[in-house]
Each structure stands twice: as structure tokens, then as C-alpha cells.
Design a protein around this ligand. Structure first.
Ligand code: PHE
Length: 458
């Protein structure tokens, strides 16, 4: 094996703020904006939000801390790291990470392409009156392929510039703009006269649903996707850390920021939906399924149309924000693949980004053509495989690497009691809960797998 370090110096973050914003940028994405709202609606509003928060605290933060530990400890791509630290038997976990990065980015970029197209058309003079027909026309076939390829090109262009000049700079610019637009939209939404019912729906407690296996499954899948867990994304980012920050604290900041954005996004979306009477358009209360993938893209423009040119501005702002959010997530997905090729095979960053960006762009074409394929890929790779990855990460860190991992955590956290609490969650709580979740997920995952295979052949 070639020693990559001998041929090129390994990338690193410039500042702690740069790392945090990039990690928050990875977490905050399409998942926070449309997925969270729908799943929250499905799960009974406040009951879901509460359960989601609990899962973020007892699985999300401990596992994210574990990923950050492995990353900083190894100073290597996760693919190389899990094999070197865990032994050859653990190599498949690294491949699973890369497969997920590849697979998620392929369809994620298609949805991100829609946001770009929407923002562009809204700025150019408003979206067509029939938002449903407009969505149909831009979200599949050639227009969808074109915007998907453009989005991939932008993602690759940033990753080519490397960690400090590409990833970190993009996050430092895009994330503050995103927060500003989001808060602006939430304030505006609060002024809608009919928004009260939306808040009530979103925040009404129905605690009886808290133990519904279906809701636990939805909340866990959503937590992993939204926090970028289970596929080495934050592990990769932490591998560019050199300093001794408290990794449990960093994980908590990232998780809370991600939750905060999702929560505020709900405060934007629900008042709009209820103010403009779009409950049936988006099918509130229905099971989350493939055909809800596009509902936000239809509901928002439909509702805001009645506002005339103010509506165009709000639509443009919303989709620009969504585009920024998607971009900072997409670069983290690509970085998992690219870092594996740089550290594992000794490739140069530029050739790794260009070639694998191109392959992922090709891989996304079926999702750009067929929205059912997209939905199934999201259910199988974006939900199920992330939980699988998270389960094995917990076993790897909690059992095989517990000594060195604890020592690595101790570099920034000398409170041994707190570290023992972390270890308890990683060794017992996370694996057991994740096994339960995997069990509940089997039927939908299997169904999605069959859809992928059938549509992929056709
Ligand atoms: N967390 C991102 C979102 O919410 C998606 C993502 C998943 C990014 C996994 C990286 C890794 O949109």
C-alpha cells in the first residue's frame, strides 16, 4: 500500500468555528426542511418532536461523539480507519459507509437540483400558477437530469478545493445566510392570520403515540438521516481535526443546532400550510411514502401564489435557503467517498473528486427519471442502511475500541464520570434500541429494496 502522507500533506480545518459550521452544515439539509415536518405531522406533532429529541439525546449524541472520536483518533478516512483500528473483519463497515455516501448523494442531488430550479424560476419572474404541473415538468426527465448534473458539478467544484479552502469556506458563508433566511421566514410566517391552527397541529401533544413502533421507527430513521449519522460523514470531518476540543461537547452543539433548524423549519411550514388551507394537498396524517417526496415543492408555491410578488420573493428565499442547506450536506457526502480514495489509494484530491463526482452523477440518473426510485432509495439507503451502519459503529467503538476511544475522548474531557455515561450509552442503550428499530424497519426496507431492484431493471 502506498503511504499517502508521503505524497501529499493531509487536509485540516483552519478554525474550530469552521469545523463546527461545516459539521452543522452536513447535518442541516433537505432532511430538516421537508422530511422533519412531514414525519412530525405523521407522528402526531408534539409527541413525535418529544420522542425525536429523546432519541437524539440517547442515541444521536453518544453515537456522533463516537464517530468524532474515531475520526480524530485515526486522522484517516473512515474506510481506512475502521479496518486499521478494528482489524480486517471490520473492513466491510468502511465499504458500507462509502456505499451510503455514494447512494445517498446520488438521489439527494436530484432533490437539491429541484430546489435550484425552483429558486431560479422564482427569481426570474415567479413560478407558473399550476404548481403541480410545474413540479411534474421539472422534477423528472430531462429537466431533472439537467439540474441534478449542475448541482453535482457545483458540489464537486467545492470539494476539489479541499477542506480549508472548499468545505470550510463554503460553510462559513452559506450557513449564516441560511440561518438568517430561516429566521426571517419564521417571523414572517408568524404574521399569517390563519397560522395558529398550524402551530396547534405541529405542537399539540398526543402522548399516547409515543410508544407506537411505527413512530419509533420513523423518528430513529429521521434522527440518523438528519444528524448525518451511520455512514462516517462526521467521522471524516473529525479526521481533519488536530486540536483537543471536547468531542462530546461538539457533538451536542451539532445535534442541537440540527434540531433547532428542523424545529424552526416546522414553525415556517405548518403555519403556511394551515393559513392557505393546504392540509389536503399535502395529505397530512398520511403514511410517509414515495409520493410525499414532492409535496412540499407543490404545497408551498401553491399557497404563496395568492400573495403575488411578495409570494415570489418568499418562495425564492425559501428555495435558495434549501439549496444552501443541501449543498453543505452534499459536500460532506462526497467527502466520505473522496477521502476514502485519497487515503486508501493515495489518489490526488482533484482526480478523486472529479471521477467519483462523475460516477455519482451517473448513479443519480435513475432517481432523476423516476420519483418512485428516488423514494425507495431514500427508504433503503437513507434510512435502513444508516441504522445498520450506526449499530455496527456502536459495537466497534463500544466494545472493540472502548479503551483507546475513551482515552481519545479524555483529551478534551477529563470528567471520567461523564465519559462513563457516554460509554454506557454506546455499549448498551444505542445497540439495543437500534436492534429494536431494525426489527421494526425490516418490512419497509425490504419493500424498498424490491422496488429498487424492479425499477432498476426496467
Ligand atoms: N443530514 C443531511 C440532511 O439532513 C443528509 C445527510 C445524511 C448528510 C448523511 C450526510 C450524511 O439533509
Amino acid at each position: 500500500m502506498t503511504d499517502p502522507a508521503a505524497t501529499q500533506a493531509r487536509d485540516a480545518w483552519g478554525t474550530r468555528a469552521g469545523f463546527i459550521l461545516a459539521a452543522v452544515g452536513s447535518a442541516v439539509g433537505l432532511g430538516n426542511m421537508w422530511r422533519f415536518s412531514y414525519v412530525a405531522a405523521e407522528g402526531g406533532g408534539a409527541a413525535f418532536v418529544l420522542l425525536y429529541l429523546v432519541l437524539v439525546a440517547i442515541i444521536g449524541i453518544p453515537l456522533m461523539t463516537s464517530e468524532l472520536i474515531v475520526g480524530r483518533m485515526s486522522q484517516e478516512s473512515p474506510v481506512v480507519a475502521v479496518k486499521r483500528l478494528g482489524g480486517p473483519a471490520w473492513a466491510p463497515l468502511g465499504w458500507l459507509f462509502v456505499f451510503c455516501g455514494f447512494g445517498i448523494l446520488a438521489y439527494y442531488s436530484v432533490i437539491a437540483g429541484w430546489t435550484m430550479r425552483y429558486a431560479f424560476d422564482a427569481l426570474r419572474g415567479g413560478l407558473p400558477t399550476d404548481a403541480g404541473a410545474y413540479f411534474q415538468s421539472v422534477a423528472s426527465g430531462w429537466p431533472a437530469i439537467a439540474s441534478h448534473l449542475l448541482f453535482m458539478a457545483i458540489t464537486v467544484a467545492i470539494v476539489v478545493f479541499g477542506v480549508k479552502r472548499g468545505l470550510e469556506r463554503a460553510a462559513l458563508i452559506l450557513m449564516p445566510v441560511l440561518f438568517l433566511i430561516l429566521v426571517g421566514l419564521a417571523v414572517w410566517a408568524a404574521s399569517l392570520p390563519g397560522g395558529g391552527a398550524g402551530y396547534a397541529y405541529y405542537l399539540r401533544p398526543q402522548l399516547g403515540e409515543l410508544l407506537d413502533p411505527n413512530i419509533i421507527r420513523l423518528a430513529a430513521g429521521q434522527a440518523f438521516f438528519s444528524l448525518s449519522l451511520g455512514m462516517g460523514a462526521l467521522m471524516t470531518y473529525a479526521s481533519y481535526l488536530r486540536s483537543k476540543e471536547n468531542l462530546a461537547k461538539e457533538a451536542t452543539i451539532v445535534a442541537l443546532a440540527d434540531f433547532g433548524v428542523a424545529f424552526v423549519a416546522g414553525l415556517v411550514i405548518f403555519p403556511i400550510i394551515f393559513n392557505f388551507g393546504l392540509e389536503t394537498t399535502i395529505g397530512l396524517g398520511r403514511e410517509i411514502s414515495d409520493n410525499t417526496v414532492g409535496t412540499l415543492f407543490i404545497a408551498l408555491p401553491t399557497g404563496l401564489q395568492s400573495l403575488g410578488s411578495l409570494g415570489d420573493i418568499v418562495v425564492a428565499a425559501f428555495f435558495i435557503m434549501l439549496f444552501f442547506a443541501a449543498l453543505t450536506s452534499a459536500i460532506s457526502l462526497l467527502e466520505v467517498v473522496v477521502s476514502a480514495v485519497i487515503d486508501g489509494w493515495g489518489w490526488r484530491r482533484r482526480s478523486a473528486s472529479l471521477l467519483f463526482g462523475f460516477l455519482i452523477a451517473l448513479g443519480g440518473i435513475p432517481a432523476a427519471i423516476n420519483i418512485d426510485f428516488l423514494g425507495a432509495a431514500d427508504a433503503f439507503v437513507g434510512n435502513f442502511l444508516l441504522i445498520v451502519g450506526g449499530f455496527f459503529t456502536a459495537i466497534l467503538v463500544g466494545y472493540r475500541l472502548i479503551g483507546p476511544a475513551d482515552a481519545e475522548l479524555a483529551r478534551g474531557m477529563d470528567n471520567a464520570r461523564a465519559r462513563a455515561v457516554w460509554a454506557g450509552f454506546v455499549r448498551y442503550v444505542a445497540p439495543i434500541l437500534l436492534l429494536v428499530v431494525l426489527y421494526f424497519m425490516m418490512p419497509t426496507a425490504w419493500q424498498a429494496f424490491i422496488t429498487i431492484v424492479t425499477l432498476g431493471r426496467g
